[in-house]
Structure formats: C-alpha cells, structure tokens
Design a protein around this ligand. Structure first.
Ligand code: NDP
Length: 334
C-alpha cells in the first residue's frame, strides 16, 4: 500500500470552506489497465474554482477530488498497460481526473505520455490553455498575416498564449487589460510577448483609431460585461466575437445594433465539450498536446511563469490565485 494525500470536497461551495486535506491508502494491486501516478504539480485554474463552487457543467461524484489538469510521473503499471512505463511523465487527456492529490490510480487511457524535458510548470498547464488558444485562433475565423484580433482578459494565461501564437503568424493583437496601478508593468510584459497594442475596455476604440490598425475580424472574450462589449464595438462588419469565459461573472451586454447593422456574430467555445462531442476526441486531444509540445520546443510559446506551493499549503495557494500581484499560474506540488 502507498499512502496518498488529496484535497477533497463533499459539497459545493467556496473552496476555502468546502475543501479538506485527506490521507488515504491506495490499493495494493493494480487492475490490468490501471496506472499508479505520482502527481508532481497541478494548477489552480478558474474552471477548478467553478467546479468546486458547482458552477461548471462537469464535477466529480462527491466526495471528490478537484483538478482538471497537471503532470505526473508513472510509478507502477498494470499487466496489460502498453502506453506508458514507470518513470514516464504523463498529463491527463480526460477531464476531471482529480489532480489535486499526491498519488492516484487511474485508467491508462485517460493519461498521455509527454517528453520528460518539458519544464514542470509548462507540462502541468499544457492540456487546457494552450490547446484553447490554438483552437480560438483556428476554429472560427481564418486570419491572414496583417489581420487584427481583439481580446479581453489579455493578462490571463490563455491571453498570453493568444498573443504569442498571433505574433508568430503576423496577426496584430489588441489586448484589453484591467486599469490598475501596475498597468504599465503589465503592458510592458504583454508587449514583450508580442502584443501589438495593450489598452483597456474604456480606451479601446480611441487607442485602435490612434494606432491605425485594421478593424479586427475576430474578438476573443473571457471577461463578459463591458469588456465583451468593448471587443464587439471595434469588430469589423461581419466580425466574430468568441466568448470562452466570464471572469467578471457579469452578463454579456452587447449593443443589439452591432448585430443588426454590423452583422456581428457571437459564438461560444468550450474545449472539453468540443472534444466530448467528437467521435475520437481523445485522439484529437493527444494530437493537440503533441502540437503544443512542438510549439514550446520551437519557442513559439514561452514557458508560463509559475508559483509553486505544496499541496498542504492549499489555503495560501488559493489566496495567491486571488491576489492582485499574481502574474503566473499557481501550482500545487507534491
Ligand atoms: P488566469 O488565471 O491565467 O487569469 C485570470 C484572468 O482573469 C486574468 O487576466 C485576470 O486579470 C482576469 N480576471 C480575474 N478576475 C476578473 C474580474 N473580476 N474581472 C475581469 N477580469 C478578471 O486564467 P486562464 O488563462 O487560466 O483562463 C482565462 C479564462 O479562460 C477563464 O475565464 C477560463 O475559464 C477560460 N477558459 C475557457 C476555456 C474553454 O474551453 N471555454 C478553456 C480554458 C480557459 P488580472 O490580470 O487583471 O488579474
């Protein structure tokens, strides 16, 4: 038997209130297709918080362990496992594996082997945000070199990946961030990733005019509220606004005239739901993970900044996620 520690919740609510650290024993033997994995690191993503709060369409059976992504090392494999061996680095390709734990026993089909030399923080955050950024840029509007996109929540991990991917294809990015004292520092950071213009929702229209950029054909919104409206207002006629998050937790308020007179289209995107609908969704996800590994190797995208805290310090980790001076992803490590 191997001892394991996991964060667990028995009811939905705010993570600070409902999460508990629990010690458990893993089964002594593995099923034919099972693998025992030591979880090295797992991020705290907005969807994890939403899952615990009960605001996400997918949740584990309760009591359950949160955590949709992370990276682990295989410790032992069942007799018929062919996809991985002890010592391999693996990432989950099936959502809801419950990665906020030190060790677990899983179905081999739900995990995928990645190269060992990918930095830990990058490996732990590669199955959700990078594939999302890739698909946001490819699935809705065919953008060519010289075209422009506008995005809200540009300081997010997804936003930073969008900037880098767009830059590599010669696409201009107009990036909306929140107005705050550290704004200049954040602007500098996003420019260093390749952002064309960094501005706020309130200043977006004027900044775009002053920069003389073509009107965006694509808008990407993960904030909702004024930020979504600001993106929609600067879109070219016939442009598409893709809504993939709602960090402000406010309703979407897009002036109807934009749809009537400018033929703006509004679409939604959900990575997990999209794969679930596909016949061989897991294979498509594996291919995307391979593609993301190649993007890191060829330095199209840089490793994400991370702050690591041991699983036992989960309360402090949650505070760091909510703090104003966070710039990278907060990882729970073991
Ligand atoms: P991060 O944790 O890296 O960043 C969070 C972002 O949200 C920051 O830009 C932060 O701005 C901003 N933010 C936080 N609170 C508010 C608020 N009250 N009002 C406005 N902005 C706020 O996020 P991720 O990159 O991991 O995720 C970004 C978004 O993408 C989330 O909404 C997530 O759910 C969504 N997502 C959706 C997917 C899908 O399939 N639909 C897949 C992956 C992500 P600041 O820097 O100013 O603090």
């Amino acid at each position: 038997q191997a001892n394991a520690t996991a964060l667990s919740f028995a009811e939905h609510g705010s993570p600070e209130r409902v999460l508990r650290l629990q010690h458990t024993d893993l089964p002594a033997t593995l099923g034919d297709h099972e693998v025992r994995i030591h979880l090295l690191a797992a991020p705290i993503n907005p969807s994890d918080i939403n899952t615990i709060e009960g605001k996400y369409p997918i949740a584990p059976e309760l009591p359950g362990v949160p955590g949709h992504e992370g990276v682990g090392e295989v410790e032992a494999v069942g007799s018929k496992v062919t996809r991985m061996r002890p010592g391999d680095r693996v990432v989950p390709i099936e959502h809801g594996q419950g990665t906020w734990r030190t060790h677990g026993v899983f179905n081999e089909l739900h995990w995928y082997k990645i190269p060992k030399d990918i930095p830990l923080g990058t490996a732990a955050t590669m199955v959700i945000n990078p594939p999302t950024a890739v698909k946001l840029l490819s699935d809705f509007v065919q953008l060519a070199e010289g075209d422009t996109l506008v995005q809200s929540g540009a300081s997010s991990h997804v936003g930073r990946l969008v900037i880098q991917l767009a830059k590599s294809r010669g696409i201009n990015t107009i990036n909306l961030i929140r107005d705050r004292p550290e704004r200049a520092e954040q602007e500098r950071e996003l420019r260093s990733l390749g952002a064309t213009l960094v501005t706020t929702a309130a200043e977006c229209r004027q900044a775009l005019q002053a920069a003389g950029l073509p009107k965006p054909k694509l808008g990407l919104d993960c904030v909702s509220s004024d930020s979504a409206a600001a993106c929609a207002k600067v879109l070219a006629p016939g442009g598409t606004l893709v809504v993939y998050g709602a960090m402000s937790q406010q309703p979407l308020t897009v002036p109807p005239g934009l749809l009537i007179f400018n033929d703006i289209r509004i679409r939604g995107f959900w990575l997990t739901g999209g794969f679930a609908k596909m016949k061989d969704g897991w294979r498509a996800k594996e291919q995307l993970v391979d593609h993301v590994c190649a993007l890191f190797r060829t330095k199209v995208i840089r490793p994400v900044d991370v702050e690591c805290l041991p699983l036992e310090q989960w309360e402090k980790a949650l505070q760091r996620v909510a703090s104003d001076d966070r710039t990278g992803k907060v990882l729970l490590t073991s």
